[in-house]
Design a protein around this ligand. Structure first.
Ligand code: ZN
Length: 424
């Protein structure tokens, strides 16, 4: 399926979509009501081109139907539950039948194979195990592929380095920020990760800019491969970069992608940036139609140099929810990140604090000097400040340069870079 002709793929998508819609209509009250209100029946959705007749599913729909209202099967047929931690409110609860887990495992195994990983590789899985889909999702994909998985989970960074050293892990899966932290900890232990057999980092769960990827590749002496997924759709394994590192292949026989204008909901022209919307095509316990991911990307339908025909999405460097608005100026944290990574004198860590003083928003950016920094701080501060003003079209009210190690590292879960103290 990864290299099927577009026509062949379309046929599979259409027949799987019909089954998915039927399942959603018959077994999920939320979807039945949606169809009924619009005067639609499952027969009106014959092909993926008909999807636009349907409204979007949103994270609020998951919240409104908490905990199990979106499920299409009885608990008796559910063999696994996961949950995605919302930053606010209740988590989104997701479920899987045995068939769903099989599809998920295959999707992740495909991802790993596309990244050049094979049965003789040792994959150290540093994603958190538990309700988060990252840990178990990656784990079962490695097993499906027949490679070796070390289920070390998040944290325990010194032990991670020891395991890498002692067992010769050639692949590690973790967040991009954690990959850099690992390199720092290894250095403190007197080990240069570049000397170890490690050759690939599969990173995901956090947005990662191109300069950040380069930093990871340099510091760890690896190829950095971006994997993408979200619990509401399945977990990690929706898409991944192949060895060409030129966009993430979406497994379109399992997940149907659309890109929309986040403001109007209309589809954008091919190649234009917009919000990714996904429909599951092969999930029984939790069929999801037109889910708004909040992730901004573009789609490229040209055949990749690897020979795969499955569409490629651009790396996610921003979520529509992440947009920071300060005194009427909009920017994404990734724009700050790209500036931070331009300067050799500062470490690849930063934090953004937003405050309100009186009625005025204040933007504070904090960056960290490298361990061996010896130059003039005021000169460096000037240069960083100027560059930030250029890129953001906005001058931060405060720019702090702190000593190496003063910005908290995240060992488990996703790194937090933006602290919004407004409205508190
Ligand atoms: Zn490719």
């Amino acid at each position: 399926m990864e290299a099927a002709s577009r026509d062949e793929l379309r046929e599979v998508q259409n027949s799987r979509l019909q089954a998915t819609v039927q399942n959603a209509y018959e077994n999920v009250e939320f979807y039945r009501e949606t169809f009924d209100e619009l005067g639609l029946t499952p027969d009106d959705i014959e092909s993926v081109d008909d999807l636009s007749k349907l409204p979007f599913t949103t994270k609020e729909d998951f919240r409104d139907n908490y905990p199990t209202g979106m499920f299409a099967v009885d608990m008796e047929d559910v063999i696994r539950i996961h949950a995605s931690s919302g930053t606010t409110g209740k988590p989104k609860i997701v479920s899987y039948t045995q068939d769903d887990l099989d599809v998920w495992s295959k999707a992740v195994a495909r991802c790993l194979a596309a990244a050049g990983i094979g049965s003789d590789d040792i994959v150290q899985n540093a994603y958190g195990y538990g309700l988060f889909t990252g840990g178990l999702g990656l784990h079962q994909g490695v097993e499906e592929l027949g490679a070796t998985v070390i289920p070390i989970g998040g944290g325990n960074t010194q032990r991670q380095v020891e395991m890498m050293n002692d067992l010769g892990s050639d692949v590690i899966s973790c967040t991009p920020s954690y990959a850099l932290y690992l390199a720092e900890v290894a250095e403190d232990m007197g080990i240069d990760i570049r000397d170890l057999p490690l050759r690939t980092v599969i990173f995901g769960a956090e947005p990662c800019t191109e300069p950040m990827r380069n930093e990871i590749e340099d510091r760890l002496g690896v190829t950095g491969i971006d994997i993408y997924g979200l619990s509401e759709i399945v977990g990690p394994g929706v898409s991944i970069e192949c060895e060409a590192q030129d966009g993430l292949h979406i497994w379109e026989d399992y997940f149907y992608p659309e890109v929309i204008d986040p403001n109007t909901g209309d589809p954008v022209e091919e190649g234009e940036e917009g919000e990714l919307v996904l429909t599951t095509l092969a999930k029984d316990a939790l069929p999801v139609l037109r889910y708004r991911t909040g992730d901004l990307t573009t789609l490229d339908y040209d055949t990749c140099e690897c020979g795969r025909t499955c569409v490629r999405m651009d790396n996610i460097t921003g979520r529509s929810d992440d947009l920071i608005i300060v005194r009427g100026v909009n920017f994404y944290p990734s724009e700050v990140e790209s500036v931070v990574l331009e300067f050799d004198e500062i470490a690849p860590h930063y934090r953004i604090d937003l405050r309100r003083e009186g009625n005025l928003d204040q933007l504070e950016v904090t960056v960290e000097l490298t361990e061996d920094f010896a130059g003039s701080i005021s000169d460096l501060k000037n240069r960083i400040g100027k560059r930030l003003s250029n890129v953001l079209s906005f001058t931060p009210d405060e720019l702090n340069l702190v000593e190496y190690g003063n910005i908290a590292r995240t060992e488990v879960g996703k790194v937090q870079r933006v602290y919004d103290h407004r409205g508190q």
